[in-house]
Design a protein. Structure first.
Length: 281
C-alpha cells in the first residue's frame, strides 16, 4: 500500500514541516548530545490503532540523515494493539531526535484517520462504500486520502477538477436545480458523472429527471434515506452525507445506501497515540 503515496507529495510536505520545526538547528539536542552518539529507538503504539505513515516516518528520518536505518515492523493498514512496537530506528542520535516530532506528528494524525475510517468501514460491513470528502488540511490532502485508503475507506473526488458535484450555492447561482444539471451536462467532460446535492425527496426526483447520475442525500434522516432507496435505487447512485455518525452507518448500509461520505475522516479524527522511545544511546 505504501506505493500508493506519491514521492513528490511526500517530500514536499516533509520539507515544509522541517522548515517549520527546524529552521536553523535543534538547540537542545546539539547542546546535550555528542555528535558521535548513536541511538537505537522504537516507535510504540500506546493504544489500539490502525497504522498509517510508515513511509512518511522513514522519509522524515532519512531526510535528516541517510545513515538512519528505519525498519517497519508492520505495514500501513495493519491493526495493532497497545504496546506493539511498530518500527525500529538506528542511527546518529542527534538526527533521530531532531526528526522525532515531525515523524510522529504525521504518523499520529494519519493513524488516527485510518483508525476512525476502519471503524466506519467495519460498521458498513462491505454493504456500501464509506468515502472521504475535500474537507482536508490544506497541503496534506494526498496523505490524508492515503490514510483513508489504509483504513479501508475510499476516496471521493480529489479536487475541483476531477468531478462534477453540484451543491446548494451552484444551484442558486445557476437559477435552479434543473438548469444547473443541464448546464453541467452540456459543458462537463463526457466521461464524468454528474452528482447533485439534494435536501428533499422532491429535489432528488428533480435531479434524476434532469439527468444526474449520483444523488447526494444531504442531512436526510434514516427514514428519508429509506424512502429515497425505495424510490430511486437503481436510477442513480445514492450517497448519504451530513450528520453521519458511527451509529448510523450500519443502518444506512442495511437500508441500501450506495455511498456514505464522512468529512470527519479528515477534519476531526483524533490523533492516535504513538511514542518514540530510546532503548540506549
Amino acid at each position: 500500500m505504501m506505493r500508493d503515496l506519491d514521492h513528490g507529495d511526500l517530500i514536499r510536505v516533509l520539507q515544509q514541516a522541517f522548515d517549520e520545526d527546524l529552521p536553523a538547528s535543534d538547540i537542545t539536542t546539539v547542546a546535550t548530545v555528542p555528535p558521535e552518539a548513536m541511538a537505537v529507538a522504537k516507535i510504540v503504539a500506546k493504544q489500539p490503532l490502525v497504522l498509517c505513515g510508515q513511509l512518511v516516518a522513514e522519509c522524515a528520518f532519512s531526510m535528516l540523515s541517510p545513515a538512519i536505518q528505519y525498519s517497519a515492523v508492520f505495514e500501513d493498514g495493519s491493526s495493532v494493539e497497545t504496546g506493539t512496537v511498530v518500527a525500529t530506528i538506528e542511527g546518529p542520535a542527534r538526527e533521530v531526535l531532531s526528526a522525532e516530532r515531525t515523524a510522529l506528528n504525521f504518523m499520529q494524525r494519519l493513524s488516527g484517520t485510518a483508525t476512525l475510517v476502519r471503524q466506519f468501514a467495519d460498521a458498513a460491513a462491505g454493504r456500501c462504500r464509506v468515502v472521504d470528502t475535500r474537507k482536508t488540511t490544506p497541503g496534506l490532502r494526498a496523505l490524508q486520502r492515503y490514510a483513508v485508503r489504509c483504513g479501508g475507506g475510499h476516496n471521493h473526488r480529489n479536487d475541483l477538477s476531477s468531478g462534477v458535484l453540484i451543491k446548494e450555492n451552484h444551484i442558486r447561482a445557476a437559477g435552479g436545480l434543473t438548469p444547473a444539471i443541464q448546464a453541467a451536462r452540456a459543458r462537463a467532460p463526457h466521461g464524468l458523472k454528474i452528482e447533485c446535492e439534494t435536501t428533499t425527496l422532491d429535489e432528488a426526483q428533480e435531479a434524476i429527471d434532469a439527468g444526474a447520475e449520483v444523488i447526494m442525500l444531504d442531512n436526510m434522516d434514516n427514514a428519508l434515506c429509506r424512502e429515497a432507496v425505495a424510490r430511486f435505487k437503481g436510477k442513480a447512485i445514492l450517497e448519504a452525507s451530513g450528520n453521519i455518525t458511527i451509529e448510523r452507518v450500519a443502518a444506512l448500509a442495511e437500508i441500501g445506501i450506495d455511498v456514505i461520505s464522512v468529512g470527519a475522516f479528515t477534519h476531526s479524527a483524533p490523533a492516535a497515540d504513538l511514542s518514540l522511545l530510546f532503548e540506549f544511546a
